[in-house]
Write a protein that binds this ligand. Sequence first.
Ligand code: DSN
Length: 435
Amino acid sequence: MTPTYESLGEIDPRVAALIESEEARQLRSIRLIPSENHASPAVRAALGSAFTNKYGEGYPGRRYYQGQEFDDALESEVIARAKALFGYPYANVQALSGAPANLAVYSAFMKPYGGRIMAMRLDHGGHLTHGSPVSVTGQWWEIHPYGCNEHDVLDMDAIRRQALEIRPDVLVCGYTAYPRTIDFEAFGAIAKEVGALSLADISHIAGLVAGGAHPSPWPHMDVVTFTTHKTLRGPRAAVILSREQAHAEAIDKAVFPGLQGGPHFATIAAIGVCLAEAATPAFRLYAHRVVDNARALAAALVERGFHVLSGGTDNHLLLVDVRKSRKLPGKRAAVALERVGIELNFNTVPNASELQKPLFPDGIRMGTPSVTTRGMTVADMPRIAEFIDRGLALVKSGRLAEGESMWTDPDARDTLRTEVEAFASGFAAFQYEAG
Ligand code: DSN
């Protein structure tokens, strides 16, 4: 039986209270962190199911434990769903999250200290596990980063020239802060030309791909990784897809026994539920609404004079250079907006000022998956842009003295927060769209 908050409250009131507080916080906020979402009640039920009690190192039919009747069936079913939804012939559903999934792929195809990765630089929208020097991926392998051009977009000709020169073992695309469509066909062709494995990390856009709101990496990319909790709206986990049997076998070995022990079967059950949900017409509608909402939010911000990187978005997220827009550092903007009930994150942006540093960036990043899941539409986006504009207008620019408040008018800030909370509280906790 799935535990209820009531029974949890009797057994562990402290944890129950924290869970309830977090749930309430999420529902009274406008949540714009593009890597976050709201998992459905069905996904959450699967996460709390009896499968959490089971061990089972290995793969279906090849385990080191007894009692595998149902988790073998479960894992096989979830693998089949992943393959069907994304069109790839092989899938691994055991990686615990995106970072271990990417590490598994690299370690399947390159020995430590014996390979070259070419991937997007972190400050232009890449991921830590795409070769940042603070990640083992940047310490164990030779990294050759590419970036955006002066228009904040990828230049596929420049990437091809760099790949021809570098001859990487793995060519990575897929990003955490890139608002434009990824040309998987071009990346796949470049990788083939230079003899590299092509890897698409579609963690951010997996839900858009599944819902037909972004082109698919199939059949262009050799290997695809994605987390399941972002636009895909499932549990915190990851899936690895591959095109060739030899790749799939190497990846399975890299995941287990290479990097992990027992799979998290309750999480795998929840992946299965989110994949079934993502195959519905209602999910397609949600995926297209996510993009429509992001475009509408970008347009409303541009109208208010904000500098939106690349001029807009094709996907679920957008980047705003708040230093260019409002002479504010990104971190101060993000902290201020949290105080008025709007959650997003400070983020580096390409073509920034010379003041930009990873922990002191010029930008903020926002996205529309969570607000779309709660039922917001393009008609609501101008209101969110207005809240952001009003919130940032109350924040002082320039250097603050030690202990100085960032606010020009704390009463106006509190009024705005009340308005934001009333607005956000008016939407459903989770809306299964009508198909
Ligand atoms: N970097 C995280 C994000 O995009 O928020 C995901 O790992």
